[in-house]
Write a protein that binds this ligand. Structure first.
Ligand code: PMP
Length: 491
């Protein structure tokens, strides 16, 4: 297997393919997306000026709604639900937080501050209760058996599939395959759709910002087939360099796969453009939505996504469940890579006929209860409104950026103008592990390590960072607690 990082590769001239040149691409990217420019820091040092915080910046696609003002003190008591408490759309944060029992937990003798949302999110009572209801009233295997509980569990399972389809803007529920999560989803697409079409020397395009889950499955099939991985670079802010990405395409390109949001840096990649460019070359794509699906309203039809994958546990749902969206024609063309019960129409020892997608890819008994729980999580997020939660998180991220940049010796890693949720950093004179442990002792949960994304950290000359990551239930006060704990370390 060969990995070509490719800076010297003279690929096709974008103009030959009717593609925009570098300047036009920049304008194209500026026009896209829900998020306004993020006012990133300009210098990567302790003397960097804080990003200008501008509550007046309103994402253009969002309806007007009251903004919280970080300068206002946020009263900690639930009785202050009216004044000063941030709101997500019309709903106050105190009400939202009351839905998440674990947020009231005490750890190390302190109030838990959960800032590890990129690793996994917490579950609202509505999801927990739905799981209990399933096990108490509906539990049965699906699609077989003509009895009442089989009908209940099948209805609940298929209703969850329908909710996911609607949530992602898919044409229908047959576009949705249940899997264990993003990792299994990417492996499914690699093995079922891409590998059967690969010849030695064929090429797969990734970006350097990928999670290992969007690298290793492609390496595995490249090793087996003699295909080559080509890797699109990012600039010093952590944003993909579109002309470089474009230059990677050629006659041998068979597939491109990229994250919508980098888990290590928080960069929002311009996936609409990445897909459109790939399509100009006739190349299908996969979007890894693990880090985007809870932060950015996604519409796979508007994106013209070929495949889109995500994990339930990153969107307030259970672990061990996720979904692959695939265009119908591509799912039909793909070969199942696991065989067994549920996915077959007829079996003889000579030949097996498969069901159509999605069942074709769901061999064996699935994770029925957690699929139903994921449906409840999607109901929950939908009830708050992703445009509202995304907008609130954007404000919180801006506030967090401003506060962290006041800490002497703190360097933010990932300063793209388009970011979601993640505040990766290192602190002069302190190892990443020490910072993580110090924060843990203060009751603050963050990830400290390589975040399963070693290539992108190495792009910045690092092996690890500290990574607080936000969700809509986080408070400005929790950012303050983080900043205060970090200040203790630096003094
Ligand atoms: N891709 C990205 C961008 C991720 O952040 C993660 C999880 N950290 C994954 C893929 C893998 O997700 P899972 O472990 O749920 O399969």
């Amino acid at each position: 297997m060969t990995v070509a990082t490719n800076p010297a590769y003279a690929g096709p001239n974008p103009k030959d393919y009717g593609l925009p040149d570098e300047r036009e691409l920049a304008a194209w990217i500026a026009r896209s997306g829900y998020f306004p420019a993020f006012s990133p820091p300009t210098a990567a040092s302790s003397s960097q000026t804080p990003a200008a915080y501008s509550p007046a910046v309103v994402p253009k696609a969002f309806p007007a709604a009251p903004l919280y003002t970080p300068e206002l003190p946020v009263a900690p008591s639930a009785s202050a639900a009216t004044a000063g408490i941030p709101r997500v759309g019309e709903v106050s944060l105190s009400k939202i937080r009351a839905d998440f029992p674990i947020l009231a937990e005490r750890v190390e003798g302190k109030q838990l501050v959960w800032l590890d949302n990129a690793a996994t999110t917490q579950r609202p009572r509505q999801v927990i209760d739905r799981l209990v209801h399933y096990y108490e009233h509906e539990n049965s295997n699906v699609h077989r058996g003509a009895h009442t509980l089989a009908a209940r569990s099948t209805d609940a399972y298929e209703a969850a599939r329908e909710k996911i389809a609607r949530f992602l803007g898919a044409p229908g529920k047959d576009n949705i395959v249940f899997v264990r999560g993003t990792t299994e989803g990417i492996n499914l697409v690699a093995q079922s759709f891409v590998k059967p079409n690969l010849q030695p020397g064929d090429e797969i395009i990734l970006t350097v910002a990928e999670h290992h889950a969007n690298i290793v499955p492609w390496q595995l099939i490249a090793e087996e087939t003699g295909a080559v991985l080509r890797v699109a670079p990012v600039d010093d802010t952590g944003q993909i360099i579109l002309p470089e990405y474009t230059r990677l395409f050629n006659k041998r390109t068979r597939f491109a796969s990229f994250a919508q949001v980098s888990n290590a840096l928080g960069t929002i990649l311009p996936v609409e453009e990445l897909i459109a460019i790939a399509h100009r070359f006739g190349v299908p794509t996969l979007v890894d939505g693990a880090q985007s699906v809870s932060h950015i309203p996604v519409n796979v039809t508007a994106l013209d996504a070929d495949f889109f994958v995500f994990s339930g546990h990153k969107i307030f749902g259970p672990t061990g469940i996720g979904a692959v969206y695939g265009k119908k024609a591509l799912l039909e063309a793909a070969k199942p890579y696991q065989g067994g019960g549920n996915m077959i129409a007829d079996v003889t020892f000579e030949r097996t006929q498969y069901h159509e997608a999605p069942e074709k890819f769901e061999a064996g008994t699935g994770n029925i209860a957690d699929a139903v729980g994921l449906g409840a999580a999607i109901d929950y997020v939908t009830s708050l409104g992703l445009p509202h939660t995304a907008r609130y998180e954007h404000e919180l991220l801006a506030y967090g950026t401003k506060e962290l940049l006041k800490i002497p010796g703190l360097r933010l890693i990932g300063t793209a103008t388009q970011k979601a949720s993640v505040l990766s950093f290192i602190l002069d004179g302190h190892s990443v592990e020490d910072v993580g442990q110090h924060l843990a002792r203060a009751g603050i949960a963050v990830r400290a390590g390589h975040h399963c994304a070693q290539p992108i950290l190495r792009r910045f000359g690092l092996e690890a960072t500290v990574r607080p990551s936000l969700a809509f239930y986080n408070l400005p006060e929790e950012i303050d607690a983080l900043a205060q704990a970090l200040r203790q370390l630096t003094h």
